[in-house]
Design a protein around this ligand. Structure first.
Ligand code: ZN
Length: 794
């Protein structure tokens, strides 16, 4: 390697100065400098958060052109190799600013670590110098104190009742139409698109019984949507039908399906607990060639073994709860499967392993906690340890599946969005269970990067500029990917952050994702769904997909309302969502507490909560104080945060607010009633300057609901002036009953906006013969949007 200053025949022009600037969060970002492949480059790396006493891992780059191993956006050509070898630059890390000392393990190495002792905001600088030119790059580090020692506990979804104008309809469409449709598809042996349902388990059972059998059908991971649907069924069966004959009929079909399926699933489990029919049965490749196997386990990261196994664990725990712990068939089989994994994977002499899709990582902690709760502390710990081991094995791969760096060194959300949020969700679990400051630091950083740089106003993620994945910071095109599964995964991540930090802002965010990005993934009737949820949309939903990964994920997530509504510690009951319902929170203040919410929210801000402890007890009820401006990517006006008024048994109170919750501490007795009013206003939302895609455009919001304007109501290319008055109007006969937003376009025409979740439910029904479903995982053919979130403002 030539030394700097060595006498090479290079022109000074070749050493253009490349500086990557990183401004304050939410501030306007300069366009990345034009860089030639021969330009001297320093890249400090992403901004991040350090949770003390962790260190931060610096993976800086100094050199020429792009660093190696960076995955490119679609259609982006790779940088050519430098035409002339250039002198190797030196690198130096330094502290640019910050309240305390920073210690670099090796300030002259681009890849090193830094440690801090004083909380606060720091800027670190990486300088590249080749003797003729310098390039610098900075990154910001927010150093924070550790999270509370006690995390919140999950409130399991058990039998509950929904009494909500919005949610009763949404749940009914999932229960009466969507889940039965998934059952029918899974039962079909002739399914051409996204095949491989219960028949795979039947054939695997035959093989294990030594009988003639067929081949595995469909994707290697096709067992996944069977397990997801079992979980969705289990949750749907916990919902009180309240005498509705359609729901009762659908629930009867679900019970019959479980009784039919469970023996078939169990028969496909191998004697040592392993369960994935693509490994038990012969497989057929794309050319129709049969590979009889046997297939070695845990050798090919693309075979989705963890993806399938994780969904099985999750389905089993909700089935166990649904049966009041009386039917342990799936639960015991899930322990057997988890034990099979734990027996084979782990520190030597066991094997290292990481799956290409991180569902097992989040499922193992959920399952481990569940086993601890059911069978006593410590019984599920091996599953939690295995989750951390799987995460720690991720390295030496690419950004696509988040194995480009050890997970604790990842500070920017990259790659396939579903894999990413599942990975981060598992990391959040491990952080709180194992009290690992490196994990806390990474997951807080990844969360910050998503929410403040890569987050859609609908609460969706994944611009689709990388394969089904995240794009660059602030690159948030309207034609987003926002896969329904990534919305589910983001809800899991936000929920786990809420549990870890006891901070209401995480519930503010998952409320946003539930009500927008996810709630609109099925149509009003529950007969069709979206794999992708772009903000400019038009093509109708479809009944199935070549890759039906979302079909069970959507209902299992949306129907788990008690878990999203409440969290708890021994002394506090947290109210996270406002939904008319009756559910029980066990083990608070030494008793079980029935919570009855009476509200038409989000159509009306009045919420009445009756607190019914089995016996009177001292505890705190912590009510989320909504903040609709958590993401710094968007600014909204007028402000609609906070709680307008709150009273107990008719007497007005002003409770203290801690970490986004109004805290009401007293001796609670049955019948105590909290009345509160949440401010619901029509808001204009604008993206910060750094988001090119939203410039000159405005989005509308009412409470947690983001709105769309649709071609069926108006010409959607019209301009809505910034001063045009906007009003909310209840339309009981429209789209099942919705609050619309009315305004006047600059040209004088009336503007009608409808909630994003009911988008594309009207207009001519397309002829099914002309409906081409998106090919496996691909995008639908582009059509002009007929429904948009971001309205022209000038
Ligand atoms: Zn999906």
């Amino acid at each position: 390697m030539p030394k700097i200053g060595s006498n090479l025949p290079l022109k000074p022009l070749l050493f253009g100065l490349a500086v990557l600037l990183i401004g304050p969060a939410g501030a306007q970002q300069p366009a990345p400098p034009q860089r030639s492949d021969t330009a001297l480059t320093a890249i400090a790396g992403p901004d991040r958060i350090v949770v003390l006493p962790a260190k931060t891992y610096l993976n800086g780059y100094v050199g020429y052109g792009d660093p190696p191993r960076r995955e490119r956006r679609r259609n982006e050509p790779p940088a050519p190799a430098p035409a002339n070898p250039a002198p190797a630059p030196t690198s130096t890390w330094s502290k640019e600013s910050g309240p305390g000392p920073v210690t670099f393990a090796d300030a002259a190495a681009p890849v090193t670590t830094a440690t801090f002792s004083t909380p606060g905001a720091y800027v670190l600088k990486l300088t590249a110098d080749n003797g003729q030119a310098r390039a610098t790059s900075t990154l910001r580090v927010a150093v924070d104190t550790p999270p509370p020692a006690t995390q919140l506990s999950a409130v399991y979804t058990k039998k509950y009742r929904i009494d909500s104008p919005l949610w009763s309809l949404r749940a009914k469409s999932l229960i009466v139409n969507w889940i039965p449709h998934c059952i029918d598809q899974i039962n079909r042996p002739d399914l051409q698109q996204g095949p491989g349902g219960i028949d795979n388990f039947v054939e695997a059972g035959k093989k294990l019984a030594g009988q003639p059998h067929g081949n595995h059908k469909g994707y290697v991971f096709s067992n996944a949507w069977v397990h997801q649907t079992v979980e969705a069924i289990s949750i749907a069966l916990m919902i009180d039908p309240q005498g509705d004959p359609d729901i009762i009929k659908a629930q009867a079909k679900m019970r019959a399906s479980l009784e039919d399926w469970i023996p078939k699933i169990l028969a496909a489990q191998e004697s040592d607990g392993y369960l994935q029919t693509a490994f038990t049965l012969p497989r057929v490749d794309g050319k129709g060639v049969v590979n009889p196997g046997p297939f070695n386990r845990w050798e090919r990261r693309g075979d989705h073994e963890g993806y399938v196994a994780g969904y099985f664990l999750e389905s089993a725990l909700n089935h166990y709860l649904m049966t009041d712990k009386k039917d342990a068939r799936l639960y015991n089989a899930a322990k057997k499967l988890a034990d099979c994994w734990a027996g084979n994977i782990g520190p030597a002499p066991k094997r290292e392993w990481s799956d290409g899709h991180q569902e097992m990582e989040q499922a193992l902690v959920r399952f481990g906690r569940f086993v601890n709760d059911m069978e006593g502390k410590g019984k599920g710990d091996r599953y939690i340890q295995l989750s951390k081991f799987l995460l720690d094995c991720r390295k030496n791969g690419g950004e696509y599946d988040q194995s480009h760096l050890p997970v604790v060194q990842q500070y920017e959300a990259v790659g396939h969005a579903v894999r990413a949020v599942y990975s981060y969700s598992g990391m959040a679990d491990v952080a709180v269970e194992i009290h690992d400051a490196d994990y806390h630091s990474a997951v807080r950083s990844l969360w910050d990067n998503i929410v403040n740089k890569k987050y859609y106003v609908t609460g969706g993620v994944g611009s689709g500029e990388t394969s089904e994945g995240f794009g660059l910071n602030y690159s948030l095109r309207q034609n987003a990917y926002c896969e329904s599964c990534s919305s589910c995964g983001l809800i899991f991540l936000q929920y786990k952050m809420n549990m870890a930090y006891g901070d209401g802002k995480y519930a503010d965010l998952y409320e946003e994702t539930i009500y927008n990005a996810l709630l609109g993934s099925t149509d009003l009737e529950g007969k069709n769904f979206y794999y992708q949820n772009p903000l400019d949309s038009g093509p109708p939903r479809y009944p199935w997909h070549a890759c039906p990964c979302c079909v069970g994920n959507i209902p299992r997530t949306l129907l788990m309302l008690p878990t999203w509504m409440y969290a708890k510690t021994a002394e506090s009951l947290y109210v996270n969502l406002f939904i008319g319902s009756t559910a029980t929170v066990e083990g608070v203040g030494g008793t079980d507490v029935e919570m009855i919410q009476v509200t038409d929210y989000p159509w009306n801000g009045k919420v009445s909560i009756t607190v019914n402890p089995k016996k009177a007890g001292n505890f705190s009820v912590r009510i989320r104080v909504p903040d609709r401006s958590v993401s710094t990517l968007y600014a909204s006006s007028p402000e609609a945060n906070g709680i307008t008024s709150i009273s107990i048994n008719g007497a007005s109170i002003t409770p203290p607010v801690e970490k986004g919750y109004a805290v009401i501490s007293r001796t609670w007795k049955a019948g105590d009633k909290i009345d509160l009013v949440l401010p619901l206003k029509v808001q204009r939302v604008r993206g910060i300057n750094a988001i090119a895609a939203t410039q000159g455009r405005v989005a509308l919001r009412f409470g947690p609901l983001v709105y769309n304007i649709e071609q069926v109501d108006q010409d959607i290319t019209q301009v809505l002036g910034p001063d045009s008055p906007l009003t909310a109007e209840w339309k009981g006969d429209l789209l099942g009953g919705v609050m619309v937003i009315k305004g006047v376009f600059s040209g004088g025409g009336t503007m009608t906006a409808i909630p994003n979740y009911v988008r594309n439910n009207r207009g001519p029904v397309p002829d099914p013969a002309t409906l081409t479903l998106p090919p496996g995982g691909g995008r639908p053919a582009p059509r002009p949007p007929t429904s948009i979130v971001w309205i022209k403002e000038k």
